[in-house]
Ligand binder design. Structure first.
Ligand code: GLV
Length: 301
């Protein structure tokens, strides 16, 4: 089996690490970088990809599977030259879900216990203890009931938080937004969820509530979020994802006192566990067994 490994890797070293992890997990396959694969374009049957530049899969006309190393496939699906009819699998990596649950727990603890407020107070030389509330007094709404949403909800419940998990097929959102003080976004980015977190969404949130965006930057209308923060309607936003990454340093989020930023680092795919996930799916393909984590192109995830 000839496999092309293509992606928007940070650098050659990251590409090399993936190559080694994947080749170790599936040594019987012939792993090729994008340039080397071009010489065998008609023989390459699988593409393992991490947000490859648009058009990069077009030369491979006999693909039987496109396996993403990213959980979110929004950028991949936006490539108009993606070969039609080829199954796409997204990454479901247990180590990544665990990391996401850790980040969500950190943000939830910091918001509920006022640790971001203490950070601001220290900067301002203010010594003032806030009222201490129990976890069961801080209801959390998790948007998204996929792998990540479920892992996050389970971790927060284990920590004592009352958690409601919402999916787009579920109950109307506005009453839920009004009933929770922390909202964590883990929705997939699709035509239906782009810009969902807008002025109306924030207005429906409870006074003083906080947003944690661990999904995609394009879920949020930035000006609307900034307006809600500036007006004091929302108390804080923890943001891991942005419209542009890296976020230009001129953007207001960088310096906003009520925004905590992460550089899209809430949960990276773990090469070691993800390589095993890829190998299992490629072996299933070889042996005609059902493929795992297939994307519904129409639905967008
Ligand atoms: C990260 O954002 C991913 O989709 O894997």
């Amino acid at each position: 089996m000839k496999i092309v490994l293509a992606g928007d890797f940070d650098d050659a070293e990251e590409h090399q690490r993936w190559h080694e992890a994947l080749a170790q997990a599936l040594p019987e396959a012939h792993w090729l970088g994008a340039d080397a694969a071009a010489a065998y374009a008609d023989e390459v049957s699988v593409a393992v990809v991490a947000n490859p530049p648009p058009g990069s899969l077009a030369p491979f006309r006999h693909l039987r599977l496109i396996q993403s190393l990213w959980a979110g496939v929004d950028r991949l699906l936006a490539d108009a030259s993606l070969p039609a009819g080829v199954p796409i699998a997204r990454m479901v990596d247990p180590a990544m879900s665990a990391a996401m649950a850790e980040t969500a727990l950190w943000a939830t603890l910091a918001l509920h216990r006022g640790f971001f407020t203490y950070q601001r107070q220290q900067r301002d030389g203010v010594w003032r203890a806030l009222a201490q509330r129990r976890a069961d007094e801080a209801p959390v709404l998790v948007l998204g009931r996929g792998e990540m949403g479920r892992a996050v909800a389970a971790r927060l419940r284990a920590q004592g938080y009352p958690v409601t998990a919402w999916g787009r097929d579920g109950a109307p959102l506005a009453p839920l937004l009004a009933a929770h003080e922390i909202v964590i976004n883990l929705l997939p980015l699709t035509a239906a969820t782009r810009g969902l977190l807008d002025r109306r969404f924030f207005a429906a949130m409870r006074e003083g509530a906080a947003l944690v965006n661990l999904g995609r930057g394009a879920h949020v209308v930035d000006d609307d979020l900034l307006a809600a923060l500036d007006a004091g309607h929302l108390s804080h936003a923890v943001l891991d994802v942005f419209h542009a990454e890296p976020l230009p340093t001129s953007h207001r989020y960088w310096t906003h006192a009520r925004v905590t930023m992460l550089p899209h680092a809430a949960a990276a795919t773990d090469e070691r566990s993800a390589a095993a996930v890829v190998a299992a799916n490629l072996r299933a393909l070889e042996h005609g067994r059902p493929l795992a984590h297939l994307v519904d192109r129409g639905r967008g995830y």
